[in-house]
Write a protein that binds this ligand. Structure first.
Ligand code: FE2
Length: 212
């Protein structure tokens, strides 16, 4: 490792720690009970290690646009993500199990806290999610309890009782927490702009996933 790459690595670690610290504080001060639970878990996180190498996904190319779609409250998150963007390990969900070309090609996510992630933890997932414009993420549900925090872009979000699937979509601007209880169906739809959010899972992390 050259001195230059060592410095860049240290800068990446600093940006990631700053990102998690802002997220923890936001969860603690502005979120509900689930957000406070996430903050409490982050309090005892082990040191970050940036151990998972970068992976590219086409939808991550929306990041520069998303950087302009935030609000002052989410600007510190977007600044840290911009510093980390070349390192992020993007992937696409393989949970579809059936052809869903619009969703498959229209999203990407990364997991930064969790087993074998930059911050290795067994009882918490935290990551980023991007949805391209004009993409529908169909109604789905999972055993883990989920917390989204919107950072940039306004999409329509819906959640419903366990049955039937959600029908009523509400525009959610940046800076909003959205909680999905275990097995509560939820869906998202973007229109003219992409969407960037932080997602977190707690509870039954390996407990199953299904489409409504
Ligand atoms: Fe979900």
């Amino acid at each position: 490792m050259s001195a230059g790459s060592g410095t860049r690595f240290a800068e990446g670690l600093r940006a990631f720690d700053a990102f998690l610290d802002i997220y923890r504080t936001t969860c603690l001060e502005e979120g509900g009970p689930l957000a406070r639970k996430v903050a409490k878990k982050l309090d005892r996180r082990p040191p970050a290690r940036l151990s998972v190498p970068a992976r590219k996904q086409p939808v991550a190319a929306h990041l520069p646009t998303l950087n302009k779609l935030g609000i002052p409250e989410t600007a510190p998150f977007l600044g840290a993500i911009a510093e980390l963007s070349a390192r992020l390990p993007w992937e696409r969900s393989t949970k579809a199990g059936r052809p869903m070309p619009g969703f498959d090609r229209g999203h990407c996510y990364c997991t930064l806290v969790g087993p074998n992630c930059w911050v290795p933890m067994d009882d918490l997932y935290v990551g980023l999610y991007i949805q391209a414009p004009n993409v529908f993420y169909p109604a789905h549900q999972h055993a883990a309890e989920e917390l989204y925090f919107t950072l940039a872009g306004t999409g329509d979000w819906a959640k419903g009782p366990r049955d039937p699937k959600p029908k009523h979509f509400v525009p959610m601007p940046p800076g909003v927490f959205i909680r999905h209880k275990p097995w509560q169906p939820h869906a998202m739809e973007t229109h003219g702009e992409p969407l960037l959010a932080i997602w977190a899972w707690v509870g039954e992390l390996d407990g199953g996933f299904g489409w409504s």
